[in-house]
Write a protein that binds this ligand. Structure first.
Ligand code: CMC
Length: 431
């Protein structure tokens, strides 16, 4: 079959170039522009990478216009209904759903790695008492490479696998310890008889002086939230992990950089920002004022939990969470909480507002996840940490795919330089 090309560029001297067109299994075709600078002397400009594919990937597919999200080909709503977080983790890492023995072995392996090195535990006491748990996570996860040297050879597939298992397993332990440290309670060791999410709840909320029983409703809700957050193709944090990893950095350092990128309010920090925004709005009577602020181009205020770079239709994860949010609020009697009433009213009003309709700004996954976390009594400053635990699977899967891809090169974007042209140094005495 002849290679597909497009002729897109003619430079000042009339030269033109046939550029190869690449087609994936799904989604729009991609023009390969890698030879442009060498052949025609142009770079391309695409701030925010709105139309640029940075890699090949087999892991996750999103069709933002149709509101479709597939993990390894499986629709997110089927996984949300029928699967579990660790099964989804296996799928994302290995590419296929496990059979029963494979899932059991994977679950046992992950649960075997939940402990963290005792010396690492002492790190938590070194942060200021009121440190944000995300700040603690960045530091502690980055420091894992100082403890687990035996899994940092990125050219060794077994090292990569062990590092992947360690990160998925230890993230809840680190997250819970960050929380315990922020509330001045003793750290709780993992209990490997519990499930992945049950163990997280146990480490966060049990105290040595009282019996603690994991609430099955909360455990199931967390498991579903984690499935929905597990991967989302080349978002800011995953791209950060890939960029860090492209230099050959060790996996623990790469995942730590992903946590940093996730923290921002335009990305994973939005779930916490939604709650803070609702507290600021305070009352249904103020919604009009805040909607006007969100629409005002001279006001930096944005309606947190609304809009998405890729989804210009309802985010399929938000659709699932919206239903779950209403159920959880109803079940635990929280629907009478004025903050939830305010959120649901805001959702209604924004969905009927021309500004939001025209720009296709729908409530996103973070609008509902924050509300569900609150209903589950997860502290607000832990919302983004919860997201980070789940997304670790996607980061690790993308990192492993990148490291084993023979086409891989170091990520090195170019720039459009707007600074001074060459000028001569003036001695200090003459300035
Ligand atoms: N409130 C008010 N206006 C908005 C909002 C919002 N939340 N989001 C986008 N717009 C407007 C924006 O001002 C622009 O208007 P105009 O065309 O008149 O200039 C238009 O909609 C398009 O916005 P954009 O900034 O070009 O869109 P983007 O793809 O660059 O940004 C976004 C996507 C998610 C960063 C943005 O929608 C946003 O800041 N939302 C609030 C933060 C949030 O909820 N983030 C979580 C995203 S989902 C989970 C995740 O990725 O982690």
């Amino acid at each position: 079959m002849p290679k597909e090309t497009v002729t897109v560029i003619v430079n000042a001297t009339g030269e033109q170039l046939e550029l190869p067109v690449l087609r994936g299994s799904h989604g729009p075709p991609v023009i390969d522009i890698s030879q442009l600078p060498a052949k025609l002397g142009y770079f391309t400009y695409d701030p925010g990478f709105k139309g640029t594919a940075s890699c090949h990937s087999d892991i996750t597919y999103i069709d933002g216009d149709k509101g479709i999200l597939l993990y390894r080909g499986y629709p997110i709503d089927q996984l949300a209904e029928k699967s579990s977080f660790l099964e989804v983790a296996y799928l994302l890492l290995k590419g296929e759903l496990p059979d029963h023995p494979q899932l059991q072995t994977f679950t046992d392996t992950i649960m075997d790695h939940t402990m963290i090195h005792e010396n690492l535990r002492s790190f938590f006491g070194g942060f200021r008492y009121d440190a944000h748990p995300m700040a603690t996570m960045v530091g502690v996860v980055g420091s894992l490479s100082a403890f687990y040297h035996d899994s940092t050879d990125i050219n060794n597939p077994r090292h990569r696998e062990i590092a992947a298992h360690r990160m998925i397993a230890k993230m809840p332990t680190i997250a819970a310890a960050s929380y315990k440290s922020s509330v001045g309670q003793p750290y709780v060791y993992p209990n490997n008889k519990l499930g992945y999410c049950g163990n997280l709840l146990h480490m966060m909320f049990s105290v040595p002086c009282a019996e603690y029983e994991v609430n099955p409703v909360a455990e199931k809700a967390l498991d579903l939230l984690f499935i929905l957050h597990a991967d989302h193709e080349q978002n800011a944090s995953t791209s950060t992990v890939r960029l860090a990893g492209s230099s050959g950095a060790n996996p623990f350092a790469c995942i730590s950089s992903g946590i940093t990128a996730l923290w921002g309010p335009a990305h994973g920090g939005a779930n916490e920002a939604v709650l803070r925004m609702l507290e600021e709005i305070g009352d249904v009577s103020n919604i009009g004022k805040y909607l006007a602020k969100a629409k005002d181009k001279n006001d930096p205020f944005r309606l947190m939990g609304f809009g998405h770079r890729v989804y210009k239709n309802y985010d399929p994860r938000a659709r699932i969470l919206r239903k779950m949010c209403h159920e959880v609020l109803h079940e635990n009697g929280s629907s009478a909480d004025p903050l939830f009433e305010l959120a649901l009213r805001l959702e209604d009003i924004a969905l009927q507002d021309d500004y939001f309709i025209e720009r296709k700004l729908y409530p996103n996954v973070d609008f509902y996840s924050g509300l569900i976390y609150k209903a589950l009594k997860i502290p607000t400053n832990m919302f983004t940490v919860m997201f980070a635990i789940a997304r670790t699977v996607g980061w690790v899967a993308n990192w492993m795919e990148m490291v084993s891809d023979p086409r891989g090169v170091i990520g090195r974007p170019r720039q459009l330089y707007d600074g001074h042209c060459k000028r001569d140094y003036t001695p200090l005495s003459e300035r």
